[in-house]
Design a protein around this ligand. Structure first.
Ligand code: SAH
Length: 492
C-alpha cells in the first residue's frame, strides 16, 4: 500500500531523552524519513490527555527531531496538523519503544498507546511498541533488550507496508525483555485481563498535610490463552489490534429491551430519566434492590437479568411472585433459586463468550438461560424429565440455541463431553465430586454449594496451569444433589 520512502511520525510517553525512542528512530530511518516529536519529559500514564487551554513550547533538537511541552497525543496531533509536516503528511505513526509493558488493561492508561490511537484517529496506520520489562521474573531485570524489539519490528514492518489495517484499528506491540536468540517470534492476540494491586500510601509532610502515593505490589494477570499475556509467557511478542473508539456496536443489540428514553407526557429534564419510571417495573426493582445493592456489579450479568423475564420460568401460580427475594417452588419438590444467589454464581463464574459450560440442575431453566447468554454453549442436566422438558420448551420458545438438555444423574459430571470451561452445580453436595474437577478445562472454574442437607457454603474451585485453588464465597441453602456424587435419595 505504501510509497517507496514512507514518512514516519514517531512519539513516546517516556520523553525525548528516553533510549527506546532513539532505538526505534534508528530502525525506521532505514526505511524512510522519521520526524521524531516527543514530550519534553516523562508522561507515563497520561493516557489520551491533550492540552486544551495551555500553550505548547516546541524545541528543535536536530534535523527532524523536536520536543513539545505536551502529552503523546499532543505530539501526534501537532505533528500532523502543524507546519512541521505540512508538505509531507506522515504515512505511519509510531509510539515507543516504551520502557515497560503495555498489556491488558494497561492500554486504557498508557500514554504510549494513546500516541498510536491519536494517529489512528487521523486514519493513519499506527503502532505502539513496548518492551515488557517487569512482566515476568524470567525476564532480564539487569538489561533492556531494545535489540530484541528492533529485530522483531524490523521483521514485522514489511508486512505492515504490504497490507492494510482494518478501518478504525491500530496495533499494540509488546516484546518480552529477553535476548533476541530467546525470542520465539510474534503472535496476534486479544487484550488480556490485568489485575492491579495498587494501594495509596500515605505520608505526612512538614506542614502536617497528608500526601498519597500510588504504590502497592506489581500487577498480575488472569492466565488466558490467546491473550497478549499468554504470548509473552511463551517468549513471543504480542501484536494486539485495538480500536480507536473503545466500543463494539454489536453491544447495541443488548439494549433493545431497555425502556424507552423518550420523554413521557412531553416532560423535560430529569423527569424524563428512565430509571425513575422504571422502578415501577418489578424486574428493574429486583435488579436495583437485590442485585446492585448487594454488590452484583458485572454489567454483563446485570444485562442478562434485564433481558430475561423471570415469570417465563415459574409455574402459573408463582408468576405474581417472580421477582421476590426468595426461591420459588417449580414442581417435583424443587425450587428456582433466589435471584441474588443466581446472580452471584453467574458473576463468580466469570463467563466469556467462547466458553462451554456444564450446568448440573436445570430446574426451571432460568440459570441455564443466564449461562447461555454469557457463553457459547451450555450442557444442562437434571434428574427429573418433567423439569428438563419444561425448561427445554421455555428456552426453545424464547429462541435459545446451543443448549443441550440431558436427563440423568449428573452428579459425577459428563465425561463424554468434557472438558468444560465452567461447571455450575445448582444443588447441594456433601463434598466436591472429584470427577467434576477432572472435567474442568485449564483454566476453568467450578461452583458448587457444599455442606449438609440444611446448610451449605458456596465453593469456588479455580483450576489454572499453576494448580487448583478453593474459595468460600458465601453461606447458602440449596436443595440436595441426589445421586452418586451427592446425597442418597432421602427427604427431598
Ligand atoms: N438452577 C435451577 C435450580 C434448580 S434446583 C433454578 O434456579 O431453577 C436444583 C436442581 O438440581 C433440581 O431441578 C434437581 O432436580 C436437580 N438435581 C438434583 N440432583 C441432581 C443430579 N444428581 N443430577 C441432575 N440434576 C440434579
Amino acid at each position: 500500500m505504501t510509497r517507496k520512502h514512507p514518512h514516519f511520525l514517531l512519539t513516546n510517553d517516556d520523553g525525548i531523552e528516553a533510549e527506546g525512542i532513539h532505538c526505534l528512530a534508528g530502525l525506521l530511518r532505514r526505511f524512510g524519513r522519521v520526524t521524531l516529536l516527543a514530550p519534553d519529559r516523562e508522561r507515563s500514564g497520561v493516557s489520551h490527555a491533550f492540552s486544551l487551554n495551555r500553550p505548547l513550547a516546541l524545541k528543535h533538537h536536530g534535523e527532524d527531531v523536536y520536543s513539545l511541552t505536551g502529552t503523546p497525543a499532543d505530539c501526534v496531533m501537532f505533528g500532523i496538523r502543524s507546519f512541521l509536516v505540512e508538505e509531507n503528511a506522515p504515512d505511519y505513526v509510531f509510539s515507543g519503544i516504551n520502557h515497560g509493558a503495555n498489556l491488558g488493561t494497561d492500554v486504557v492508561y498508557s500514554g504510549t498507546v494513546a500516541g498510536a490511537r491519536e494517529g489512528a484517529l487521523f486514519r493513519i496506520p499506527s503502532v505502539a511498541v513496548s518492551l515488557a520489562t517487569e512482566f515476568s521474573s524470567r525476564f532480564d531485570s539487569q538489561h533492556l533488550h531494545f535489540e530484541s524489539v528492533i529485530q522483531f519490528v524490523d521483521s514485522f514492518l514489511p508486512m505492515l507496508f504490504e497490507r492494510s489495517l482494518p478501518e478504525g484499528t491500530f496495533l499494540n506491540i509488546n516484546v518480552p525483555n529477553i535476548p533476541p536468540d530467546l525470542l520465539k517470534g510474534g503472535q496476534f492476540t486479544r487484550v488480556g485481563k490485568r489485575i492491579y494491586r495498587d494501594r495509596f500510601i500515605c505520608k505526612v509532610d512538614e506542614h502536617g498535610n497528608e500526601l498519597f502515593w500510588l504504590g502497592g505490589e506489581p500487577p498480575t494477570h488472569t492466565p488466558e490463552e490467546g491473550t497478549d499475556f499468554d504470548a509473552l509467557e511463551n517468549s513471543m511478542a504480542s501484536i494486539t489490534p485495538l480500536r480507536w473508539i473503545p466500543a463494539d456496536h454489536g453491544e447495541l443489540s443488548h439494549f433493545k429491551d431497555w425502556p424507552s428514553l423518550e420523554s413521557p407526557n412531553g416532560k423535560k429534564g430529569s423527569d424524563m430519566f428512565f430509571r425513575k419510571g422504571d422502578l415501577a417495573d418489578p424486574r428493574e426493582r429486583m435488579i436495583q434492590d437485590q442485585l446492585l445493592a448487594r454488590g452484583i456489579s458485572d454489567p454483563h450479568v446485570l444485562q442478562a437479568f434485564r433481558t430475561l423475564r423471570r415469570e417465563d420460568f415459574v409455574p402459573e401460580d408463582m408468576k405474581p411472585h417472580a421477582y421476590e427475594d426468595r426461591p420459588l417452588p417449580i414442581g417435583c419438590d424443587q425450587t428456582i433459586s433466589q435471584p441474588y444467589m443466581t446472580a452471584l454464581m453467574t458473576q463468580a463464574l466469570d463467563l466469556q463468550s467462547d466458553h462451554v459450560v456444564l450446568e448440573i440442575g436445570t430446574g426451571s431453566g432460568f440459570q441455564t438461560a443466564l449461562l447461555r447468554l454469557l457463553s457459547k454453549e451450555v450442557l444442562t442436566v437434571d434428574r427429573f424429565p418433567e423439569l428438563s422438558r419444561k425448561a427445554e420448551r421455555v428456552l426453545n420458545s424464547l429462541g435459545f440455541n446451543n443448549i443441550l438438555f440431558r436427563v440423568c444423574d449428573g452428579s459425577l459430571g459428563f465425561e463424554e463431553e468434557c472438558p468444560f470451561d465452567r461447571i455450575l452445580v445448582t444443588a447441594a453436595a456433601p463434598a466436591i465430586p472429584t470427577p467434576l474437577i477432572e472435567q474442568l478445562a485449564t483454566p476453568g472454574i467450578l461452583i458448587l454449594p457444599m455442606g449438609d442437607r440444611e446448610n451449605q457454603m458456596l465453593k469456588r474451585v479455580t483450576r489454572t496451569s499453576a494448580g487448583i485453588s478453593f474459595e468460600d464465597l458465601c453461606p447458602c441453602v440449596f436443595v440436595p444433589l441426589v445421586g452418586k456424587g451427592g446425597f442418597d435419595e432421602g427427604s427431598k
